[in-house]
Design a protein around this ligand. Structure first.
Ligand code: ZN
Ligand code: FE
Length: 257
């Protein structure tokens, strides 16, 4: 059984430690900062065995060098991006086998936020970096809306019970936008209320269930008639495909951020 620990970094980043109960070995996902990771490793007597990177942005890679200086280990990451310390470049279909307790993760190519962004899937969990967020999705820095839409469709096709471990705590702001885009969606308003309470108590809203994302994340709901209508109204254009709806909803949120 996989055990996931969360580490908070910067204002709203999550760094995930993957291991198994009773085993000291852990893999570190997207260490933007080394310090909080080293602290946790020492505190719990953990043994880091790998770094897993989803994409090249500094808030996901900034801690690699310092971690490697203390703990030599392989660095896995996207084959299509330049990350200096990468030892094991990965792309769609590759499998990462972690030493320790037999964790096995499959790689999905999910371009859009960046050109080479990848996600790690296994043991009922998806580590999706800045592709899918709880109730949102990453900005399109390098990819096209079509690419991001296809990446999100790939994620949407995973089992409903998949736990979504994204890299940022953006859920409340995302749901405020979702409530504007789909004002009639009662599941969005209920989730927003829930998340406001969690955040007031300083609690995390990640991971989330993919099932819940399908119900409340507008970036997975381009086929929804009411969302399509709202997006068309906002843009003043007729929208002819789910990818076009996605593109407009993404621009709509960007315009409000
Ligand atoms: Zn990023
Ligand atoms: Fe990020």
């Amino acid at each position: 059984m996989m055990e996931v620990r969360s580490i908070h970094a910067f204002d709203d980043n999550y760094i995930w430690l993957l291991g198994c109960q009773g085993h000291p070995e852990v893999a570190i996902v997207d260490p933007g900062d080394a310090e909080p990771v080293i602290e946790r490793i020492k505190q719990e007597g953990l043994k880091p065995v790998a770094i897993l990177i989803t994409h090249h942005h500094g808030d996901h890679t900034g801690g690699i060098a310092e971690l490697l200086a203390r703990y030599p280990m392989p660095v896995y990451g996207p084959a299509k991006e330049k990350i200096r310390q990468l030892s094991d470049p990965l792309s769609e279909g590759d499998v990462v086998e972690l030493p320790g307790c037999g964790l096995r993760l499959e790689v999905l190519d999910t371009p859009g936020h960046t050109r080479g962004h990848i996600c790690y899937l296994g043991h009922g969990a998806l580590f999706c970096g800045d592709t899918l967020f709880a109730a949102g999705c990453g900005r399109l820095f390098e990819g096209s809306p079509e690419q991001m839409h296809a990446s999100l469709e790939k994620i949407r096709a995973l089992p409903d019970q998949t736990l979504i471990y994204c890299a940022h705590e953006y859920t409340e702001a995302n749901l405020r936008f979702a409530a504007v885009a789909e004002p009639e969606n009662a599941q969005i308003s209920a989730r927003l209320e829930e998340v406001i309470h969690l955040r007031q108590r300083g609690q995390d809203t990640v991971p989330s269930l993919l099932k819940r994302e399908k119900q409340t994340n507008p970036f997975l709901r381009s086929e929804e008639a009411s969302l399509k209508q709202a997006a068309a109204a906002w843009s003043g254009q007729a929208l002819n495909s789910p990818a076009e709806v996605f593109a407009v909803v993404r621009r709509w949120k960007d315009a409000l951020d």
